[in-house]
Design a protein around this ligand. Structure first.
Ligand SMILES: *[C@@H]1O[C@H](CO)[C@@H](O)[C@H](O)[C@H]1NC(C)=O
Ligand SMILES: *[C@@H]1O[C@H](CO)[C@@H](O)[C@H](O)[C@H]1NC(C)=O
Ligand SMILES: *[C@@H]1O[C@H](CO)[C@@H](O)[C@H](O)[C@H]1NC(C)=O
Length: 427
């Protein structure tokens, strides 16, 4: 497995606001006057994030489903389905050659390994590519993949052929400024990251329908799904409210402060070095199961708040009968997960409001169970194989003669700026 050390951000400064919410059917855009959404260090100023206010329900007002906007864009899982169906045009084409240039997490494995068989073993539909870490004859490779984090100007290929694709690869968020991207001007041809606007999308996970139920049902459909009786009582046997697993409490990140604030109103059991509870990290899946049996809510808090940056902290829990609480300013969870399947703290006015809503759900099993309406109709995909889909797609793309040349003129704008990393301030 490809276990990535993620650290909390030294960079995270501030800026959090939440807008109010109970009822879910009626929403309107909220004009954020005092929203202290402040940029991370080094991030360019950015436009206001759109917040949505969920109002107290007095039911049947016209549904202005701002939050269901993601449904109007193409569903993201469809791209992954497309990747999975990639085919070769030739029956038996010559292998393409991929070079893993620099070190990534202690090896040049890049999640898939080295050799002519690596992509086949990784479950790629088009696997006829040989991966290598041998820098000899560098101009003969069809693609060279560079791990962003250890990229340096002092160690680059000396010769470059025009047919080659240089690939910018990162699995960590853009909040981490490990490397200055300015010298990358006119350097890369393709990007491979968790961002859905990458050339080769490599998400930490996604959620796809297994039948005909849409990921983002319209309001009318939604109402019928929510009011149909759940066969399972997801609240049954749960004795506690909220849990959070955190391995790294160096915590310049405000997520720790958010949890401390939440703890003023409800019990949150913090597992790991920064908390009082223990569950061995090596048995991650057991811990998740334990949490899902015991707790109503799990805090799925990322180390940074950047466009599309949602990791196993979310997807790992979506497998289980527990309700994730996220902080998301980019509507990514809304795009990628079924409607009404998690709580987004960013839509509450304050941590206190969030806590009150959690208390309300804790006391009302019917309302709590509604958040699990989607379970029978969807599958959560976040295996290593899913994660490798970007690498698989690189191989398929190299075999596709119709793809035009491409160059990223300005990586700083694409990565550092357009990732629109946010920071939070607690109120
Ligand atoms: C749960 O909430 C719903 C909607 O607010 C309400 O109709 C119902 O009576 C509540 N049930 C309990 C047990 O409080
Ligand atoms: C890759 O980018 C380089 C540098 O801008 C460019 O010269 C080359 O034509 C590009 N190649 C492809 C295949 O996109
Ligand atoms: C950055 O985002 C803006 C707005 O979405 C877009 O118009 C622009 O093309 C992006 N720039 C790059 C370099 O990707």
């Amino acid at each position: 497995m490809f276990n990535i050390q993620r650290r909390q951000g030294a960079l995270i400064l501030m800026g959090f606001v939440l807008v109010a919410g109970q009822c879910y059917f009626v929403m309107r855009k909220h004009n954020i006057r005092q929203l202290a959404v402040v940029e991370m260090l080094l991030t360019e100023p950015q436009k206001n994030v759109a917040f949505i206010e969920k109002e107290e329900s007095n039911a049947e007002k016209e549904p202005t489903s701002e939050i269901s906007k993601p449904g109007s864009t193409k569903e993201l899982y469809e791209l992954m389905d497309k990747y999975a169906q990639a085919k070769l045009s030739d029956i038996d084409p010559p292998f393409k050659k991929i070079l893993f240039w620099n070190e990534a997490y202690g090896s040049k494995n890049y999640g898939v390994g080295i050799g002519a068989d690596a992509l086949r073993k990784s479950g790629c539909p088009v696997w006829q590519c040989e991966t290598s870490d041998d820098r000899n004859n560098v101009e003969e490779y069809d693609a060279i993949v560079f791990h962003l984090r250890s990229w340096t100007q002092n160690d680059l290929p000396e010769r470059r052929s025009l047919h080659q694709r240089y690939v910018f690869w990162s699995i960590e968020s853009a909040a981490w400024r490990f490397v200055d991207t300015k010298p990358m001007t006119n350097y890369f041809n393709w990007t491979m990251t968790y961002r859905w606007d990458s050339d080769l999308v490599s998400p930490y996970g996604y959620i796809r329908p297994t039948g005909n139920v849409p990921l983002h049902p319209n309001d009318e459909q939604m109402e019928s799904y929510l009011t149909s009786r759940s066969l399972v009582n997801y609240a049954e046997g749960k004795t506690k409210i909220a849990a959070w697993f955190v391995s790294n409490c160096a915590s310049q990140s405000k997520r720790m402060e958010m949890v401390r604030e939440l703890q003023k109103y409800i019990d949150v059991d913090v597992y790991g070095d920064c908390g009082t509870m223990k569950c061995p990290r090596k048995r991650e899946e057991d811990c998740r199961q334990m949490a899902a049996k015991t707790y109503k809510f799990y805090l799925s808090l990322e180390n940074s708040l950047c466009l599309d940056y949602v990791t196993e902290k979310f997807f790992g829990m979506m497998h289980h009968p527990i309700l994730p609480v996220v902080v998301g300013f980019h509507d990514h969870h809304e795009k990628i997960a079924p409607r009404h399947s998690f709580l987004n703290a960013a839509y509450f006015e304050s941590i206190e409001q969030l806590a009150n809503y959690m208390i309300f759900l804790d006391k009302n099993d019917t309302m709590y169970n509604q958040y699990f309406w989607w379970k029978p109709y969807f599958e959560v995909r976040n295996s290593q194989e899913d994660f490798n889909k970007g690498m698989c797609h690189l191989c398929a793309a190299l075999h596709d003669p119709t793809l035009p040349p491409k160059t990223y003129k300005d990586m700083t704008t694409w990565w550092d700026k357009n990732s629109t990393c946010q920071t939070i301030e607690i109120r």
